[in-house]
Write a protein that binds this ligand. Structure first.
Ligand code: HEM
Length: 84
């Protein structure tokens, strides 16, 4: 299901929330259009957090450092350079 949900187009998720599908009711009356798009953004952020790409992990001076660090230290995230 996780992969299936990742492959859904944003518009598909929006449509199901808006119109309902089979046994899932429409949420258009409870959730505004803006909120429905915000939910999709939130779900996408959760999906990325569970399957980050090297690009997602590459930060500028953050705790994780450059892409590739995760694979060099038996899975351990190294300490940030300013760590005590
Ligand atoms: C706002 C949050 C929600 C989102 C973003 C969402 C999204 C979706 C999507 C995209 C699908 C379609 C999956 C597909 O096409 O295969 C789906 C199916 C379904 N959802 Fe939701 N859903 C939400 C809330 C809920 C809630 C609260 C319920 C239960 C009360 C529910 C019950 C269902 C059910 C039963 C299905 C299967 C419908 C079918 O047979 O196709 N959903 N949902």
């Amino acid at each position: 299901m996780a992969d299936k949900a990742r492959a859904f187009k944003d518009g598909h998720i929006y449509h199901v929330m808006t119109m309902g599908q089979n046994t899932m009711p429409s949420y258009a009356r409870q959730i505004t259009a803006i909120e429905r798009w915000a939910i999709i953004d939130y779900v996408r952020a959760l999906q990325r957090s569970q399957a980050p790409t090297a690009e997602d992990l590459a930060t500028s001076g953050g705790a994780i450092g450059k892409a590739g660090d995760l694979s060099t230290t038996s899975g351990a995230v190294r300490k940030p350079s300013n760590a005590k």
